[in-house]
Design a protein around this ligand. Structure first.
Ligand SMILES: [Zn+2]
Ligand SMILES: [Zn+2]
Length: 533
């Protein structure tokens, strides 16, 4: 029976280019979305660009441009990268839009009216000269450890990190004036009251989560437990606070960005004549996947579900949590200060989308950190895509083109092969549903190996001279293997699958055994993958 599937890919933050670590974390969402569509389910796959918050305003100040222009520039870059990598989002949105802002304000108003929020006075760093409150990153001072010069929470000299409150002789980053403390009122959310409910939620859903999500969530709940958190921030870039007396503040980005899943899903449904309430709320036939990197886990396993509980509107809580570990580059963690993160833009200028997607699935940091180098990508491409899959397709089809004008012979497909293929659909499908994508892609590789072995054992190049009906049967069987392998690979490497479909005039196959019409002629047969040297 067809079901509804909601997939939320994490929202990349608009103050830097996308790097490979982002894509390694987000790619599973696209594979899962593509699979469920082929399996006949109604899929809604959303993500977008996270546009607000302090880092963007600081970058804007440094570059003397508006925060909006920073956010929109990166949004454009992200959209372009995802398009080139064949991400099949139903909606790739951004938090800097009116629909999202109105939705967030509506949520905050509801939470305020239902007593989930309260006002709290804090003493915050203030510059009398600039007439503004300062965030940690806008303060400089003396390091509490070595006495050197420190910026915000990190020392330039000894590189230690600490709480910015521990700095002495604090000065304003902009004008150098000494910093004083001023009282400031913020809105807080009673997150602490969800400790038990969230603990129950986590333990009842863990069997659907990746190991890192289980671990990080348990740690988060055990360490300090849930504490109330400020939802307003002293900023002039972001979404207005819909509560009186907070005109000079904006909604804190941590609570606003996760609401993007709901606002983007709702907007998509409204624009496509679908009923969002039916789709997402109160529905036993809805399955959900949330896909992100390790550093994003508590937002999806704790904050977001607690927010849905607080709203008390029958929103379904996240089911599958697909969070990955880190992808290292040349065995080193990706870090901004080292500048070793390979950008997606750079990689796309060298390699095809299929090669990148194949490598990032094969090397995916599903259970532990894994390593990426361009050499690994090239080796995998040459070994599996060129040497095994591409070679199998090519030796069968170019022979037909050369000797039979590309006409597909009339023969019987080996029934043992049919059942092997059908088994692969079932195994690979189950693995994708469980987000075990490395195992899924290896299962398809096994079928490709089996196909090459079948071809070598039957020796159709000899059969063609000795027993034409045996040749026709072997070739029909190999053709069945080719189209079905392409179909199985489509969620992972869609470009090459579409090329194979075009050879055979097949369009949009479902997740099931495909038969090829005998006697038809192949179209525009070409080499599927070329070797990278
Ligand atoms: Zn100042
Ligand atoms: Zn220091």
């Amino acid at each position: 029976m067809s079901k509804k599937v909601f997939i939320g890919g994490a929202w990349p933050y608009a103050n830097n280019s996308l790097h490979l670590g982002h894509i390694a974390a987000l790619l599973p969402g696209d594979v899962i979305a593509r699979y469920h569509r082929k399996a006949g389910n109604s899929v809604l796959y959303v993500s977008g660009t996270d546009c607000h918050g302090t880092p963007i305003t600081l970058r804007a100040k440094n570059q003397k441009v508006s925060p909006e222009s920073i956010a929109l520039t990166y949004h454009k870059e992200f959209s372009e990268c995802f398009r080139k990598l064949n991400f099949s989002y139903d909606s790739y949105s951004l938090t800097h839009n009116d629909f999202h802002a109105d939705f967030v304000k509506e949520v905050i108003s509801k939470l305020f009216e239902s007593g989930e929020l309260y006002e709290k006075t804090e003493f915050q760093d203030y510059c009398e000269n600039c007439h503004q409150f300062l965030s940690d990153r806008e303060i400089e001072g003396t390091c509490p450890i070595c006495g050197g010069h420190a910026k915000g929470d990190q020392c330039d000299d000894c590189l230690a990190t600490f709480d910015a409150n521990e700095l002495t002789n604090k000065t304003c980053k902009y004008c150098g004036s000494p910093v004083s403390k001023h009282s400031n009122v913020h809105l807080y959310w009673k997150l602490s009251k969800y400790q038990h409910q969230i603990t129950d939620y986590v333990s009842s859903h863990e069997h659907l989560w990746r190991f890192s999500a289980i671990n990080e969530s348990r740690k988060y709940l055990a360490n300090s437990g849930l504490i109330d958190r400020a939802i307003t921030r002293q900023l002039d870039w972001g979404i207005d606070v819909p509560v009186e007396g907070f005109d000079d503040k904006k909604i804190y980005v941590w609570i606003e960005a996760v609401l993007g899943y709901i606002s983007a899903g709702k907007k998509y449904c409204e624009e496509h004549g679908l009923n969002w309430e039916d789709f997402y709320k109160n529905s036993s036939s809805l399955d959900t996947y949330y896909v992100h990197g390790k550093d994003n886990i508590p937002f999806h396993t704790i904050i977001f579900p607690a927010l849905l509980m607080a709203l008390n509107e029958n929103y379904q809580l996240p089911n599958h949590i697909v969070s990955c570990q880190f992808l290292n580059i040349n065995d080193e963690k990706i870090s901004k200060s080292k500048g070793n993160g390979i950008t997606v833009k750079d990689l796309l200028s060298e390699y095809s989308s299929d090669s990148i997607r194949y490598c990032l699935t094969y090397q995916a940091p599903e259970l532990k950190d894994t390593n990426f180098t361009p050499e690994i990508l090239e080796q995998l491409h040459n070994k599996f895509l060129v040497g095994e899959y591409g070679n199998f397709v090519n030796r069968n089809l170019s022979f037909l083109v050369k000797k039979f004008k590309g006409i597909i012979p009339v023969g019987t497909v080996d029934p043992d092969v049919i059942s092997t293929i059908q088994e692969a659909y079932s195994k690979v499908g189950t693995l994708i549903e469980k987000a075990e994508l490395r195992n899924a892609i290896q299962e398809i590789q096994q079928l490709v190996k089996y196909a090459n072995k079948y071809y070598d054992e039957k020796q159709p190049w000899i059969q063609v001279k000795q027993d034409i009906s045996a040749f026709n049967n072997t070739t029909s069987t190999c053709i069945a293997l080719i189209v079905n392998i392409a179909n199985l690979y489509e969620p992972f490497i869609p470009d090459s699958s579409n090329t194979v479909y075009n050879f055979f005039g097949i369009s949009k196959p479902n997740w099931e055994y495909i038969s090829v019409v005998p006697g038809a002629t192949l179209n525009n047969v070409s080499i599927l993958f070329t070797r990278i040297d």
